[in-house]
Design a protein around this ligand. Structure first.
Ligand SMILES: NC(=O)c1ccc[n+]([C@@H]2O[C@H](COP(=O)([O-])OP(=O)(O)OC[C@H]3O[C@@H](n4cnc5c(N)ncnc54)[C@H](OP(=O)(O)O)[C@@H]3O)[C@@H](O)[C@H]2O)c1
Length: 354
């Protein structure tokens, strides 16, 4: 019998694109599954109603409703592409957690390392890390396999879902630049510092690194690969070992900002094609509307992440740094064309105590 798959956040950028990818599949195991898509509002239910999937209106913060939905629809696989604090379950987490700015103190990290144990050592300092821990522990308690996809902050490209088609970071830089007629960047670009013990003394080394990145089409391909393998019951790392760095390449922020400046200036939307530097993190947070606590991590963090697990699964990203940098003008064009749905992804992070 086919498996029942539930995609949460199906009106969002990633969840909507994953849903579109699953619906478009004609071969492999995914077409044998029944796809359920969870969205928050009645309008979103309407938008997804023509896709031939079971669309469910569900507030993920209502635990009893979530449980009832899973039992009623006999769900086998849940794919969480919603707000990290909205639900504890399988995770779309974020690569910044493994950078110095995101509180990671261990330097280079492979997704095959004992990450869970290190996350436990770091404690509940970050809401997304907190969710990572809860997901593994709760899934283990329930006898459910869990997988954690760490998504790069630079996730780019036009989404293929029915509702929100824009990602978070680059579109927000574009909107902010247009609003202030100036493109800003942070004072730091792609240098990752790490302390190592050499001859009993701590030595600081700087490595040239840029933030991890992945195109939305490569991300949806990875989600599909994972679900294919789950349906086929192939053994692969899960639970405490089930971390997957969904990183295809690295994206040099300053080059990205230069590209945005040129593209917006050519359209007459900023005053100069030169990029200015934020005077402070506070200014960046205010202008961008990102939580001040995380704005530097989002705008500068690099992290010495080494992806292994996704490649072992057979993930072969089609996008690399060069192709990404050549697409910056289209990233700008996408914002001008598709910016119709308000972003809500930081609502929970802006009120950490809520
Ligand atoms: N995009 C990126 O660059 C990126 C990078 C790293 C990690 N991530 C993580 O990946 C996940 C998905 O990101 P995204 O870019 O696809 O975000 P998104 O476009 O904002 O999608 C998230 C979806 O979750 C829904 N949602 C939030 N809270 C909910 C609740 N209580 N009940 C029901 N639905 C709820 C939102 O509903 P509404 O449409 O009603 O707001 C939205 O449709 C997030 O956890 C994000 O932190 C994203």
């Amino acid at each position: 019998m086919g498996q029942n798959v539930l995609i949460t956040g199906a009106a969002g950028y990633i969840g909507g694109s994953v849903l579109a990818e699953f619906v478009s599949r004609t071969s492999g195991s995914i077409p044998t599954a029944k796809i359920n898509a969870a969205v928050r509002s009645e309008d979103q239910v309407q938008s997804l109603s023509g896709l031939g999937v079971n669309v469910i209106q569900l507030d993920l913060s209502e635990e009893a409703d979530v449980l009832e939905t899973i039992l009623r629809n006999d769900i086998d696989i849940v794919l969480l592409a919603s707000d990290a604090k909205a639900l504890t379950g399988s995770q779309s987490s974020v690569t910044t957690l493994f950078s110095e700015e995101g509180g990671w103190i261990y330097g280079e990290v492979r997704d095959t390392d004992s990450i869970f144990e290190k996350e436990k050592e770091l404690g509940e300092s970050h809401p997304v890390r907190q969710t990572n821990i809860v997901v593994v522990e709760e899934a283990s308690r329930q006898g459910v396999a869990s997988y954690n996809l760490a998504i790069p902050t630079v996730s780019d490209g036009r989404g293929s879902g029915e509702c929100r088609k824009l990602s978070v970071s680059i579109p927000q830089y574009v909107r902010t630049s247009i609003k202030h007629k100036t493109v800003y960047r942070f004072d730091k670009d792609g240098v990752s510092s790490s302390a190592t013990l050499v001859g009993g003394k701590s030595q600081c080394t700087n490595t040239n690194q840029s933030p991890p990145a992945a195109h939305i089409s490569d991300l949806t391909a990875l989600y599909a690969l994972l679900v294919e393998k789950i349906i086929q019951q192939e053994p692969f790392p899960s639970g405490k070992n089930g971390y997957y760095f969904a990183m295809a390449h690295r994206a040099p922020w300053w080059d990205v900002m230069d590209g945005i400046a040129k593209s917006l200036h050519a359209r007459g939307l900023v005053d100069e094609d030169r990029v200015q530097v934020w005077q402070s993190d506070k200014m960046a947070a205010e202008y961008l509307g990102f939580p001040e606590l995380y704005v530097r991590a989002m705008g500068t963090s690099t992290g010495e992440l080494v992806p292994v697990n996704a490649n072992r699964l057979g993930w072969e990203p089609k996008w690399d740094k060069e192709r990404f940098l050549e697409s910056i003008d289209d990233e700008v064009q996408a914002v001008l064309e598709l910016d119709t749905v308000k972003a809500t992804v930081f609502d929970a992070l802006k009120t950490p105590s809520a």
